[in-house]
Design a protein around this ligand. Structure first.
Ligand SMILES: Nc1nc2c(ncn2[C@@H]2O[C@H](COP(=O)(O)OP(=O)(O)O)[C@@H](O)[C@H]2O)c(=O)[nH]1
Ligand SMILES: [Mg+2]
Length: 333
């Protein structure tokens, strides 16, 4: 394990893949292994404390294409260093992991969305890592193991870009893991109205108007977006960042990657332990339903108390609950 961790920290893709498989493993024994891996990483002088960046928006808006461009730009940049000792050291460049929630099962037929190849990464580039996960439709779009894998990548990369698809529950949920959220819109996509309905306009830190190579359409959409914002986030419409981009012509990509690089030094929205409490609860709900969650609250005072009782370790708490519920079933006695 020690050796895998050492190698993963150098960017070795095979080792990272091996570690990821432990974080995607749903068997009880894997929880202990995860705890051990994270402990080794947390103590290691070379480990990072990455920022989670959510890239969200309707299928076809250009998220994957933009992510490819952004990732390749971010690894050319270095951190300022001093104020953030756990980022790339001075003179060192950023490292970037992309976690794409694969949409291929999203739409029946699916073919228009089978787009994992759209991100062109040099395979031997150690500062870039790409992983796609199948989305779990019935569980609200985000894969069960997205958060698990994200908490591993947190220690290995300066940025973890998470691409989520569609609009609905999964888009709302991204706010619990992402430190900064970019909503990618395409001109005249009618997205504004859709997003207003779904309550998504409240969430993004930055709006990205992509495909601005269609200049007139982009201009119209810009004003439509401003109008929508003045309605949904009154008083904020001049404060929220709107960046026009074209992944094709390159317009705005430097601005967008600067904006993203700057997020390396912002305070995360939620601490890792807050995120863990949210996802622990979600995990109990997914795995054991409301009955299981009710028992957690009734017998143990809820997710926060349960994790605290297990030395503040998400993984120990998970292993403990798995064996507890396995022995008696999730129904409270
Ligand atoms: N004209 C134009 N097309 C774009 C732009 N960005 C992406 N596309 C195209 O839009 C389609 C969908 O892009 P994709 O990145 O897969 O969107 P995603 O579903 O949001 O990940 C592809 O055919 C891209 O080539 C852009 O800025 N301008
Ligand atoms: Mg995509």
């Amino acid at each position: 394990m020690q050796e895998l961790v050492e190698k993963a920290l150098t960017g070795d893709k095979w080792s990272i893949g091996r570690l990821i498989s432990v974080f995607e493993d749903r068997r009880p024994a894997a929880a202990d292994q995860r705890g051990e891996i994270l402990r080794l990483l947390a103590e290691h002088p070379d480990s990072r404390r990455g920022r989670f960046i959510g890239m969200t928006g309707t299928p076809g808006a250009g998220k994957s294409t933009l992510i490819g461009e952004l990732a390749n730009r971010l690894i050319q940049k270095g951190s300022a260093g001093a104020e953030d000792s756990k980022a790339a050291g001075p003179g060192e460049n950023f490292s970037v992991a992309v976690l794409a929630i694969d949409p291929s099962s999203e739409v029946s037929g699916g073919s228009i969305l089978g787009d994992r190849t759209r991100v062109n990464f040099a395979l031997d580039e150690k500062r870039l890592f790409f992983r796609s996960q199948a989305s779990d439709r019935e569980l609200g779009g985000v894969s069960r193991s997205t958060f698990q894998v994200a908490r591993l990548l947190f220690f290995l990369f300066d940025f973890v870009l998470i691409e989520t698809v569609g609009i609905g529950q999964n888009e709302i949920e991204i706010q619990y893991v992402a430190d900064r959220i970019y909503l990618v819109l395409q001109p005249l996509g009618g997205d504004g109205i859709q997003f207003m309905k779904a309550g998504i306009m409240e969430i993004p830190d930055v709006f990205v108007l992509n495909k601005a190579d269609a200049a007139d359409a982009a201009k119209q959409s810009y004003y439509a977006l401003k109008a929508a914002l003045s309605f949904v986030r009154p008083g904020e419409e001049d404060l929220v960042s709107i960046i026009k981009t074209s992944a094709i012509s390159g317009l705005g990509l430097d601005d967008l990657s600067e904006n993203m690089a700057a997020s390396r030094t912002i305070q995360p929205r939620r601490s890792m332990s807050e995120k863990e409490i949210f996802y622990f609860e979600k995990w109990v709900r997914d795995e054991y339903g409301r009955v299981g969650l009710r028992r957690l609250v009734k017998e143990h005072g809820g997710a926060r108390a349960y994790i605290e009782r297990h030395n503040g370790s998400f993984d120990r708490a998970q292993a403990a609950l798995l064996s507890e519920y396995q022995n008696s079933g999730p129904v409270a006695r």
